[in-house]
Ligand binder design. Structure first.
Ligand code: HEM
Length: 396
């Protein structure tokens, strides 16, 4: 098999292909997307920190200079939202936006949420056990991070069901070469989401509550677009990957019953287990960067104006960095995985994600000691954001 992000077999089993790439073609041109694939940990890690690359290029060049067509007119509402969030801008705008929200996500602030995260996790797991199991993704993996981030921002209970479909539709645009239909779906979702948040932020501006949207609405230096872009980013990034780590993580444990037994026997391993599950089956397989100045990677010259695709899933199995990388080891002590990124865009929500994952895995281990797989799960078609359709389990 070769690198083929549209092939379901590759999406299900990318790691053998990555091993070949790391050995034989660690920096290789991928014709279908016109990107350079980067497979080794050292290169991925270095490029994420290299300021000669960026998530965006419009701050230093025009579409024309980069040989790109301007985006079609119909996509304007999508890019308006996305390019107003910190993930799609570079300094100095990035620095300003990240500073404004980072106060809410310091390890100390986030640690104060732990009792609430635990209570939500336990409530969801109790209801799941009561029903004798079912789809772990729909019943536990999704509602936990969605509830946590929605409560932080102050999204009313009655509207929470809107978040997951909007996010999923927007994320469709992040897959490689999205179809026309996926593009239109993403644009519509971004417009609806933006209109909803504008209305809510105006309301919170008039009558502030004890939530992040009210706090952001009170900041004069934040434009309305930036406020909306920030909230969309927090709400989407705040749950997408966490859902997939929970699903992929349990599926990994079922495929490695010895490691599941080891974790059951010693809950003290939970923090290292969560890191290892993120490494072993990486939820976000790839992130892209634009090359803003000519660079050289592993002896290959890459000119300004092209895009590199950093293969996180491959970096996380690199034998140069991880002993016995294909082995799942829930006690792995030295684990510099790259699943939260690196450099200036390093995941702002990493401390929160870690708490959510430790609490949800912990609640399931404690309250559902006889958890069994009913059938082998299927992967969703997406490669970049990689997760299971469902995970059907029984609890006895
Ligand atoms: C296990 C779950 C998560 C994973 C694997 C993950 C992964 C990542 C990665 C890889 C990036 C950097 C992307 C890049 O450099 O191109 C990122 C950025 C980001 N993440 Fe997460 N994330 C997770 C959970 C969360 C949560 C719970 C939040 C909550 C708010 C969050 C908020 C963000 C934000 C705001 C950024 C943009 C940071 C910036 O541009 O400076 N993430 N995440």
């Amino acid at each position: 098999m070769r690198f083929d992000p549209w092939n379901p077999d590759f999406v299900a089993h990318p790691y053998g292909v990555y091993a070949d790439l790391r050995r034989e073609a660690p920096v290789s041109f991928f014709e279908p997307t016109g990107q350079w694939l980067v497979a080794r940990h050292a290169d991925v890690n270095a490029l994420l920190r290299d300021r000669r690359l960026g998530r965006a290029y419009l701050h230093v060049a025009t579409h024309e200079e980069f040989g790109k067509e301007p985006e079609p007119e119909f996509q304007e509402p999508f890019w308006r939202v996305i390019r107003a969030g910190m993930l799609d801008v570079e300094p100095p705008v990035h620095t300003r936006l990240r500073r404004l929200v980072s106060r809410a996500f310091t390890p100390r602030m986030v640690e104060s949420l732990r009792p609430r995260v635990r209570a939500i996790a336990e409530g969801l797991v109790d209801a799941y056990v009561e029903k004798g199991g079912g789809d772990l993704i729909a019943e536990v993996a999704e509602p936990l991070p969605v509830t946590v981030i929605a409560e932080m921002l102050g999204i009313p209970d009655a509207d929470r069901h809107l978040l997951r479909p909007w996010s999923a539709d927007i994320c469709g645009m992040y897959e490689l070469n999205p179809s026309e239909q996926a593009q239109h779906t993403a644009v519509r979702a971004a417009s609806e989401f933006a209109a909803y948040l504008k209305e809510l932020a105006r309301e919170r501006g008039r009558r502030p509550g004890d939530d992040l949207i009210s706090a952001l609405a009170a900041i004069d230096e934040l434009t309305e677009d930036e406020l909306v872009g920030t909230c969309v980013l927090l709400l989407n990034a705040g749950h997408e990957a966490t859902v997939n780590v929970t699903g992929n993580g349990w599926w990994s444990l079922f495929r490695n019953p010895g490691e599941l037994a080891r974790l059951r026997a010693d809950r003290g391993l939970l923090p290292t287990a969560v890191e290892e599950l993120m490494r072993w089956d990486t939820p976000l397989q790839m992130f892209e960067r634009w090359v803003l100045e000519d660079i050289e990677v592993g002896g290959v010259a890459i000119p300004r104006g092209v895009e590199v695709a950093l293969l996180f899933g491959s970096a996380n199995r690199d034998p140069e960095v991880f002993d016995d990388p294909d082995r799942l080891d829930v006690g792995r002590a030295d684990n510099p995985h790259i699943s939260f990124g690196a450099g200036i865009h390093f995941c702002l929500g990493a401390p929160l994600a870690r708490i959510e994952l430790i609490e949800s895995f912990g609640a399931l281990l404690d309250r559902a000691p006889k958890l069994e797989l009913r059938r082998e799960p299927a992967w969703k078609p997406g490669y970049v954001i990689r997760g299971l359709e469902s995970l059907d389990l029984s609890v006895s």
